[in-house]
Design a protein around this ligand. Sequence first.
Ligand code: ATP
Length: 200
Amino acid sequence: MHNLTKILPRPLVLNGPSGCGKSTLVKILMKENPNRFSFSVSHTTRKPRKGEKDGIHYHYISKEEFEQDLLDQKFIETAEVHGNYYGTSIKSIQEVQEKMLIPILDLNIDGAVSIKQIDYLNPHLVFITTPSLKELERRLRGRGTETEEQIQTRLKTTRDELDWVKTHPNFYHHIIVNDDLKVASKQLFDVVKKELANLK
Ligand SMILES: Nc1ncnc2c1ncn2[C@@H]1O[C@H](COP(=O)(O)OP(=O)(O)OP(=O)(O)O)[C@@H](O)[C@H]1O
């Protein structure tokens, strides 16, 4: 008898200070392993912009629906930006799993704490960091997408995040120091290697 129970791919959750290189590493991972990963589609109360499609760019919902979903604990992480709500729902992650793709989530620490509590999602939790705060600052400045004030806020948040990681040494399954990009991307690949083999 064959076991017909489908083993769903484990989500890959990335945490780490702004500017440590999460997007860069994800881009490499997705490029080197095409059609294996997918981001989940977020919910938002913001109105669709021209060219945006419901269910593709976002799930567009009303403020009332969002508040109800929040009460029903449907979200792993939410944020309010310029008066609009955004949320990552459990369902949107499951939709990716159903397609037998590995969901990739770039969350903050609260989001990681929240997803870890959902046993059946069984995510890989990875913290990405830089060799030093100085290097992080250099990358943030080098990226040139933040104002000086935003850089200072991000560095302050980073210090708090690093303190949290220090006091929760067993929280993450993997900690990757993104120094040499080649080494770090190989380390990230190793996290999902088994997962990828199971998908074949
Ligand atoms: N190993 C590395 N060595 C040097 N520079 C790097 C390395 N990894 C990433 N960078 C550079 O650092 C900058 C920040 O990287 P990236 O935008 O990927 O960070 P992030 O963690 O996704 O940030 P955010 O959370 O703010 O989106 C980019 O300019 C990127 O090219």
